[in-house]
Design a protein around this ligand. Structure first.
Ligand code: ADP
Length: 301
């Protein structure tokens, strides 16, 4: 097959691994810098150009689209979809999953376990917002944050009030969430491909920190999931419409709760912690599922 990886940088661990795995399985593979792709969108024969040339059609596209380029990246992917290429994750599903509020609403409607969560922008009653998640301690999250930036633990009602007041002045969207204390500073990343969790790791925050992000000094190890955790992760991925995703869970005393579903999960941490060849499984999935002109939405909707 002819496969393209949409990625800003061919040197990134995940991109390199996917290229290696595709080549090892006998495919022709090219890394395209998402932002350098440009397109003729008005033509009946959609095309994508790169480095001064019209690209020959691809059988499959592996989107590795960073959060900061979601808008343009989704448009490029949609163009490839309209040309008949099979997207590992569809543009519509990526856009959906990047909208945290929309994602949580979709997951809640499907009855998937979530931490008690409120969202707000300029709430006119801080006290009532705090009550919505059963009071302090609680977690506040700025919607734009990644890698744990903008995630704050407010241990007391007073602290929660002052952070909410500060967020209100920022004119930002934010989440107020029940603090899952019993998770003990650890969370679970389940890597889902199709209908299966193919690898799972537990990340543990460093001493004195409740955020387990590896970028914040957290450590990762292999973990065995319970059947309930597995089915929660798979259902969350399916509801988001993602073929490949990283589902982040917390172990709460009311069962597994989903924090987030990532559409471009990093392979580095999870391959290292679990010893699984996730890149190879991704390519295998593409081989089994790629069909021309198969995108459910064909870029519509
Ligand atoms: P980001 O997307 O910026 O990484 P997250 O929402 O994943 O932010 O939060 C970062 C980390 O903080 C999580 O990995 C988890 O360890 C911890 N955390 C987040 N929300 C909660 C919560 N409601 N209860 C307990 N810990 C949490």
């Amino acid at each position: 097959m002819r496969i393209a990886v949409l990625s800003r940088n061919p040197k990134l661990y995940s991109t390199k691994r996917l290229v290696e795995a595709a080549k090892a399985r006998g495919h022709e593979v090219q890394v395209l810098d998402t932002l350098k792709c440009y397109m003729d969108i008005a033509s009946l024969r959609p095309s994508v150009h790169y480095r001064g040339e019209r690209l020959q059609p691809f059988d499959a596209i592996i989107p590795r689209i960073g959060a900061s380029v979601t808008f343009y990246g989704a448009a490029v992917l949609r163009q490839f979809e309209m040309m008949g290429a099979y997207p590992l994750n569809e543009s519509v599903a990526i856009t959906r999953s990047r909208d945290k509020l929309r994602s949580l609403q979709i997951l809640a409607r499907a009855g998937i376990g979530l931490p008690l969560t409120g969202f707000a922008h300029r709430p006119d009653s801080t006290a009532d917002l705090i009550k919505l998640v059963n009071g302090a301690p609680l977690v506040l999250k700025l919607l734009e944050g990644t890698q744990g930036k903008g995630v704050v633990l407010a241990e007391t009602h007073k602290a929660a009030e002052s952070v909410i007041d500060a967020f209100r002045e920022l004119n930002a969207n934010f989440l107020v969430q029940e603090f899952i204390k019993e998770a003990g500073g650890s969370d679970i990343r389940a890597l889902v491909i199709g209908e299966k969790v193919v690898a799972a790791m537990q990340r543990q925050a460093k001493e004195g920190e409740f955020r387990s992000n590896l970028h914040r000094g957290g450590t990762a190890k292999l973990v065995k999931l319970t059947p309930e955790e597995r089915s929660t992760a798979v259902r969350a991925a399916r509801k988001m419409g993602l073929n490949v995703s990283g589902v982040d869970l917390l172990r709460s005393n009311h069962g597994p709760v989903v924090m987030e579903v990532n559409s471009s999960p990093g392979l580095g941490g999870i391959e290292e912690a679990t010893g699984k060849d996730v890149a190879n499984l991704v390519i295998e999935f593409i081989e089994k599922n790629a069909k021309p002109h198969h995108t459910r939405t064909r870029g519509q909707g």
